[in-house]
Unconditional design. Structure first.
Length: 253
């Protein structure tokens, strides 16, 4: 009976120490794609269409990138704090940056008076979806000073990528005519289950035409244990053992 009680105490303490970090890291992102210590998630897309000229990864500080039609793009999620941090590989460029900076560089959003950059992965809880939707419409609002004003629509739809179909929230944006450039047109579809960008088609021209079309291919989970991971686990085990011993001694008194 006493041994069973000690095991229950130990199990409770393990849960108490390990569960909160996992919850805090997940935030509103889908659990299956949330990176943790010793676990990284690599997402892959097909670059269906790429710009014919090099473009700069200015905000993510990755230099100029140049890709080809039907090549591959990868984003390895490293961690999640206020934003998703990861390594992007597209064409000849590799850069580590957060999802918002990457979204700006690849034009996966709208640079309105209210900025809207959903990027490669979105949070999937209902509150985050509502906020994302509201921000999308605000970014395209026809108000004074908003040079990205235009038409924004959002809706739920089943979107096919490869041989699979995904339940998505879809955003379609068309910038109003400017008179000095080709207006931006952007289509973005995100999985409601994982938050991953399933399809994207975004274009504009400000002298040099830009066109990027992406289609989701899949994701892989990489797990590894480094020296720090083993040291952390050993420390937790020693700490828990000490706590259990203290509890045992107090229960004997």
């Amino acid at each position: 009976m006493m041994q069973t009680r000690y095991k229950a105490i130990a199990l409770f303490l393990i849960t108490l120490f390990l569960l909160p970090p996992l919850i805090s890291e997940a935030q509103g992102y889908a659990t299956e794609i949330t990176p943790t210590s010793g676990r990284q998630v690599e997402i892959e897309w097909i670059v269906k269409k790429a710009p014919s000229s090099p473009f700069q990864l200015f905000f993510s500080e990755g230099g100029f990138w140049n890709s080809t039609n039907n090549s591959r793009m990868f984003f390895t999620m490293i961690n999640i704090t206020e934003d998703v941090m990861g390594e992007l590989i597209i064409g000849n460029a590799t850069v580590t940056a957060n999802d918002t900076m990457i979204a700006r560089d690849l034009v996966l959003g709208v640079w309105g008076l209210t900025e809207w950059w959903p990027g490669l992965i979105i949070e999937t809880d209902s509150t985050s979806i509502e906020d994302l939707n509201e921000t999308a419409y605000a970014a395209a609002a026809r108000v004074s000073g908003n040079y990205q004003n235009g038409t924004m629509v959002s809706y739920y739809d089943n979107v096919t990528a490869g041989e699979a179909q995904y339940s998505c929230i879809v955003f379609e944006y068309v910038q109003d005519p400017t008179g000095y450039s080709v207006p931006q047109e952007t289509y973005l579809a995100y999985s409601l289950e994982t938050g991953i960008l399933i399809k994207a088609n975004t274009s504009y021209s400000f002298g040099t035409p830009y066109l990027l079309e992406l289609e989701y291919s899949g994701y892989r989970v990489w797990t590894s244990w480094g020296v720090l991971d083993y040291a952390l686990m050993a420390g937790i085990v020693i700490l828990l053992a000490g706590v259990v011993i203290v509890i045992q001694r107090r229960m004997k008194k």
